[in-house]
Each structure stands twice: as structure tokens, then as C-alpha cells.
Write a protein that binds this ligand. Structure first.
Ligand code: KIV
Ligand code: NA
Length: 275
């Protein structure tokens, strides 16, 4: 059955947990969808995992639309969330609505996600006002890396923790249907989760959240540039891929691949008559 914002509401009410993974292309989206994952996030983390940038700041609306559309074609039941890239919503409410609309219309997302708390509530309200569901995202928000001075766990001190709890309340009030909590202490994520009526989706935020999200290359052990503490390798797909690539290399060079069964036939007489 298709997951919708109602699925998220229902899960919060019933206390059942929600699963979310990233995907950036059609084939991966199909695999994630077939596994029964509730939601696929087309994250701007594609800047790191797909495009090889050091952070997410260079990711464009064109990048996000391109990949969101591919994922949407592969996702049958998962709720597809398109990430709003850096500077597609910060400068004005107008930008936010227009760009959220593009992710829905051209990318065929079911919802959008943007980073920030109180500072983006006008944007959240306006996007929701255009009938576009919004997932908020607070804590260690990667688009703010320069303001944070690095990838640092957020909300450790009392003032910061209170601010994050306030931000969580504000994005809920603004109309967000869910909120991602990234890189914050588990007890704070638990407190936020207990306080809110909308589901919290954690990444590096402990088990007390209503759901969990991971970048798929991280959880498959395919992305080894760095491994944050919150990442668990559910398989070592990177190793399996490298092994397969090596075997291909070897079989090509030894003339083992392709074998008879991989080749197309033609009547030998025809070849004999060729001059
Ligand atoms: O871009 C992304 O993948 C994200 C998740 C890590 C929450 O925003
Ligand atoms: Na993101």
C-alpha cells in the first residue's frame, strides 16, 4: 500500500516505527521500495555520495529534480521526499514555494524536506499552504556546516537543547508532517519525540525517535570516505562490488568472459560467403 502523510500520522498515534532510506536513482529506489521501507528520501547527501563533493552546499535544484524524478519512477509504495538544496528556500518564502513546487511537479516527489527550525517556519507555512507536505530537519543540519564550524553534535548544552526543543515545536506548529532529528543526544531526541504530535525520524539521534533514516551507501558499506559513529553496516556491499569488478577484469583479460551462452548466433554459411 502507498505510504502517505496519513501513514506517518497513524504510526505516531499507534506507536509503530517508521523506516526511511535515501535513494538517488531508479534501480535503487525499486530495491528499497520492494523491501517495504516506508519512505525514500532523495537527500541532498547525493552531493557527497553521488557527485563526490565534500559537503552539500553545491547541490542544485536541477540535481535534485533529476534524481527525485528517477526515484519517483521506481518507488511504488514508499513516500518519496525530495530534499530542498542549499539556497533554494533560505532567501525568501517565494523561492521556497516555487522550488518546493518544482520538486513536486518536475520531480514527482510526494513531499519535500528542508533544514532549519524557527528561521524557516514562514517557508514551511507557505509550502504547506500550497498543499505540499513538508518534512522539517533540525539538529546537525549539513547545509549549516560553515555556521557550525564543522560536523559537530548539536544540542549538548542546556541553552542549545532548549532551542532545539523550541525549534521542534515551531516546525510542528508551522505544519510539518514529520521532522528529521540529526546528530543530537539520544535523551534530547527522546524528549522532543515525547513532546511532539508529529513523528520524529532520527539519524544519529538514538532509538527514542519514531523512525530512523540512513544514507543507503552508508548502511550498505558502499561509502567509505568517512564513517560517522551512528552508521551501522547492514552488509558489506562495497566489498562485494569490488570483488565482482575484479573478477570481471580477470575474466575479460583471460578471455573467459563472454562465454558461448552470452553470445548471439549466426549461420556459419553466411560468414563463409562473406568476402
Ligand atoms: O540528505 C540526506 O540524506 C539527509 C538525511 C541524512 C536526513 O538529509
Ligand atoms: Na539532506
Amino acid at each position: 500500500m502507498k505510504n502517505t502523510v496519513l501513514t506517518f500520522q497513524q504510526a505516531k498515534k499507534e506507536g509503530t516505527r517508521l523506516s526511511m532510506l535515501t535513494a538517488y536513482d531508479y534501480s535503487t529506489a525499486k530495491l528499497v521500495d520492494a523491501a517495504g521501507i516506508n519512505s525514500i528520501l532523495v537527500g541532498d547527501s547525493l552531493g557527497n555520495t553521488i557527485l563526490g563533493y565534500e559537503d552539500t552546499l553545491s547541490v542544485t535544484m536541477e540535481d535534485m529534480i533529476h534524481h527525485t524524478a528517477a526515484v519517483a519512477r521506481g518507488a511504488k509504495n514508499a513516500l518519496v521526499i525530495g530534499d530542498m538544496p542549499f539556497m533554494s528556500y533560505q532567501a525568501s518564502v517565494y523561492d521556497a514555494v516555487v522550488n518546493a513546487g518544482r520538486l513536486m511537479k518536475e520531480g514527482r516527489a510526494n513531499a519535500v524536506k528542508l533544514e532549519g527550525g524557527a528561521s524557516v517556519c514562514e517557508q514551511i507555512k507557505a509550502i504547506v499552504g500550497a498543499s505540499i507536505p513538508v518534512c522539517a530537519h533540525i539538529g546537525l543540519t549539513p547545509q549549516s556546516i560553515n555556521a557550525f564550524g564543522g560536523f559537530k553534535v548539536q544540542g549538548k548544552g542546556e541553552k542549545q537543547a532548549q532551542q532545539l526543543l523550541d525549534d521542534a515545536r515551531r516546525v510542528q506548529e508551522a505544519g510539518a508532517f514529520a521532522v528529521v532529528l540529526e546528530g543530537i543526544p539520544a535523551l534530547l531526541a527522546q524528549k522532543i519525540t515525547d513532546t511532539l504530535d508529529i513523528p520524529t525520524i532520527g539519524i544519529g539521534a538514538g532509538a527514542g525517535c519514531d523512525g530512523q533514516v540512513l544514507v543507503y551507501q552508508d548502511m550498505l558499506g558502499m561509502f567509505t570516505d568517512f564513517k560517522p559513529k551512528f552508521v551501522k553496516h547492514f552488509a558489506n556491499v562495497g566489498e562485494i562490488m569490488t570483488e565482482a569488478f575484479k573478477t570481471f577484469d580477470q575474466e575479460v583479460k583471460e578471455g573467459v568472459f563472454p562465454a558461448q551462452e552470452h553470445t548471439y548466433k549466426i549461420d556459419e554459411d553466411i560468414i563463409g560467403r562473406l568476402y
